[in-house]
Design a binder for this molecule. Structure first.
Ligand SMILES: Cc1ncc(COP(=O)(O)O)c(C=O)c1O
Length: 436
């Protein structure tokens, strides 16, 4: 019997890349199934339990089953507006809030809504560029190198924009950043705002990690400096560990641009996702209620993420691996260019090769820099601290319980993180093997 095949639509037919993320995750599963120990530093998911109040709100609303407004129920939009106004210090009205099944479809919808090209810092989160490719939007990467810790500057942005043949652009910013953990300070944001204002550039400011800032640098939104041209994106996936509930939010710019974008996204959402699941929307009202108990819970989870991520960073620095100090979230972006010759002698020439080698030989799962737009020969990897020693729900709950019982977060990481210690030891052995 002959098997019928179909021709894929052009953007998909043109994309022949095998996702490195997919390879790593598949391989980790195979190794786990074979009973092998694997240190999974490739997976970026906050693993803490659902807060009891939010859990109760979801259960209470399980019978809510009707379709809801595409932009979100009014009480949730109002709660989000109040939350952002109080917590982030950005004045937000209910009419500017959009609620959607995750910030990911929102990022896609905003790119779909606006003509022009997409400008991305290097490195940047895995989905921005593929989303643009699906939409047939040109992408320009702002170059950055490990030697300057991949820092974005107004100058490199200006130079990248100068290469564009379009008369309007979308710039995606992400602070704190996945993958580097770095944050953008107010002076830089003010400069970027000036450049964007002068070049017809809309900013999609992905601030999904805002409430996981480690406390060295306060989170500042570019919306303070560019309210008429910034869309702020966030959601419940990171600071409340609710990724699978699919609840993202966007705050559109002030004025006419905001109205125009809101209408466009309402149209897109209405034809694609209709609305966020009704029980989740009702439960999210509790999550955005500015409730001191929930805010304390977010702070507690962030303290643990901070201790875990900073511990990893210190260990990496002690191994003399260049790596920017993370300021938020749970990611690190170390660079191995210093070992290029020894690695080449082992046929490791790209970050993809390096990620495969670390997994196959040293049982450390990471993501290669190529997934984040870094050039293949730049030997950067993204490590995530979010999963190790919290692979099972009971582990995450027990860490939290110990912390609540008074165990200091740093002591917890030192004494109750066998997988993290194992991952660091394996990394040390890998580096030692390069001198053999
Ligand atoms: C930088 C960044 N933006 C957006 C998302 C998507 O989050 P959501 O669950 O809201 O779709 C993620 C999730 O990994 C992320 O890391």
């Amino acid at each position: 019997m002959s098997v019928k095949t179909f021709t894929l639509a052009p953007p998909l037919a043109a994309d022949r890349t095998l996702s490195p993320t997919l390879y790593i995750n598949q391989r980790v599963k195979e190794l786990w199934a074979a009973g092998e120990q694997v240190y999974h530093l490739g997976f970026g998911e906050s693993r803490f339990p659902v807060h009891p109040k939010i859990r109760a709100a979801l259960i209470e609303n399980v019978d809510a089953r009707s379709y809801l407004p595409t932009l979100g129920i009014p009480e949730l939009r109002a709660a989000v507006a109040d939350f952002y106004t109080k917590q982030m210090g950005v004045e937000v009205t209910t009419e500017r809030v959009i609620v959607a099944p995750g910030s990911k479809p929102l990022l896609y919808a905003f790119q779909m809504a606006l003509a022009g090209d997409t400008i991305l810092p290097t490195p940047s989160w895995v989905s921005y560029a593929p989303q643009a490719r699906l939409l047939d939007r040109p992408v320009l990467h702002i170059p950055a190198t490990p030697s300057d810790e991949h820092r974005l500057t107004a100058d490199t942005l200006r130079r990248t924009l100068a290469q564009s043949s379009h008369d309007q652009h979308i710039l995606v910013l992400n602070s704190p950043s996945n993958p580097t953990g770095q944050m953008l300070g107010p002076e830089l944001l003010a400069e970027i705002a000036e450049v964007c204002r002068a070049t017809n550039t809309l900013v999609l400011s992905d601030e999904i990690y805002a409430l996981t800032a480690h406390g060295h640098t306060p989170h500042v939104s570019i919306a303070h400096f560019y309210p008429e041209g910034t869309v702020v994106l966030g959601g419940l996936s990171k600071h409340l560990s609710l990724g699978g509930w699919r609840l993202g939010v966007a705050i559109v710019p002030t004025g006419l641009v905001g109205q125009q974008l809101l209408n466009a996204v309402a149209k897109i959402g209405g034809e694609i996702w209709s609305c966020v699941a009704a029980p989740v929307q009702h439960a999210a009202v509790a999550a955005y209620a500015d409730d001191p108990e929930i805010l304390a819970y977010i702070a507690e989870c962030t303290r643990l993420h901070t201790a875990r991520t900073q511990h990893f960073w210190r260990a990496i620095s002690e191994l003399d691996i260049p790596c920017a100090r993370p300021e938020g979230g749970f990611y690190l972006y170390p660079n191995f260019d210093g070992w290029r010759e020894a690695l080449a002698a082992r046929s490791i020439h790209t970050s993809d090769d390096l990620a495969r080698h670390l997994l196959d030989k040293w049982r450390i799962a990471t993501l290669p820099g190529t997934a984040f737009g870094s050039p293949p020969e730049e030997l950067s990897l993204r490590l995530s601290s979010s999963y190790v020693d919290m692979e099972r729900d009971e582990q995450a709950a027990s860490l939290l319980a110990r912390h609540r019982a008074g165990v200091d977060a740093d002591a917890l990481v030192r004494d109750h993180h066998p997988a993290m210690a194992g991952a660091i030891a394996s990394l040390r052995s890998f580096l030692a093997s390069l001198h053999e």
